[in-house]
Write a protein that binds this ligand. Sequence first.
Ligand code: SF4
Ligand code: SF4
Length: 423
Amino acid sequence: MIKRSFFTLTRPKLSYDSVEQNPKKPESINIPSNLTLLLNEPLDNTKKLLIQKGDSVEKGQKICLYSDSAEYVIAPVAGTIRVIDAYIDALGNTSTFLVIKNIQTQTSDTKAKTYDLKEDIASADRYLRNLPGAPPFKKLADNKTKINTIVITCADADLLSTTSQYIALNSMDKIKTGARILKNIIGAVKICITVPQDLNIQGEFDSIQVFRTDTTYPSNLPAMILKNHLNMILPAGKTPEDLGVCFICAEAAASIADAYETKSAGAEKIVTIIGKQGTRYRVKATIGTPLRKIFDLFSIHINDQDRIIIGGPMQGISTYSPFHPVEPGMDTVIVQDRDEIPEICDNACVNCGKCVRICPANIQANILVRYLAADQYEEAADKCDLESCIECGLCAYVCTAKIPIYQYIKLGKHELKKLRAEA
Ligand code: SF4
Ligand code: SF4
């Protein structure tokens, strides 16, 4: 559900957080007895499922729903499929979730199934989409898009998260190996890496171009990296891939190096957890672990109406269940106490203009939100440049009337895409 914005979470702050000088190792979360995987394909009762409840799966096994499925997940553990059911996300998209009952004797060191992995895009896309960090092999394999630049991001995109910086500090050699493999996979491609200005990274980068990013939000968002470091403006409605640039997070690059070394897919994800008082924890959990298990470890009690936000405070989306699983692309989870959440209300815009002045894309967010609130998505795109929005969330952050402008924009873009697909 798209609800109110959640900016009372911590003291207002627009500088990126820096990782500690000597960060502790992440707390390892024991592999739970049941793991949940989200598969980006809806169930279709006109087709015959390839998997059934009760089927056994190996650790590392690729699981598809149907013989013609383009989507898959990788079993993070050996076990038995217990549940196959429909899942509806916060924007109303339908997909499928699977629950795998873990064979209790395995540990995170238990060997995974190995693959016949070659350094080419077809092979990487066939097995490695679900690696920790969610490398975008599906986009890279799409031969409509010619990628000529890869940007590996060691600078976290949203506030409060330090996951990418932690991985940059601790696994830079693996990131560089992942960069070299990506170069082989994609062909003639320029590799760049973003590193926060204040992150102490030493060593040689050889042919990798290093972009030192500003500590002020939203400098680390892809549209800003394109503008400030690659001298490119992202046109309305386009993606960086349309310009030939693909962004890959530091964890994905390190996971690619591991995958090619072991010929198997890792499943241990590093996540930054922000508790109700703003305390930061860093964990290593198996993909599919219910968040509840992590909260229990740190005695974060989830009450009715508390909010769990997947992502940072500016760009995150709420989930309605503490059993939501750790996903390959999940960097940050924030828990907000129900007493800290602003009441849902229909405050009217007071025309203060703050949202317009702060917008890095020069959008008249106060007018835009009126179209969106009236479900006029085409008009929002035509008259108010909805598709130029870089989704930084700053307009909602500063809004005097506490209008959830960012959430309106996310929903508006989603609805616009649906309308156009239907047309
Ligand atoms: S989220 Fe708001 S401030 Fe950011 S680019 Fe979009 S309209 Fe502008
Ligand atoms: S910041 Fe909020 S109240 Fe002020 S003009 Fe923008 S939408 Fe209206």
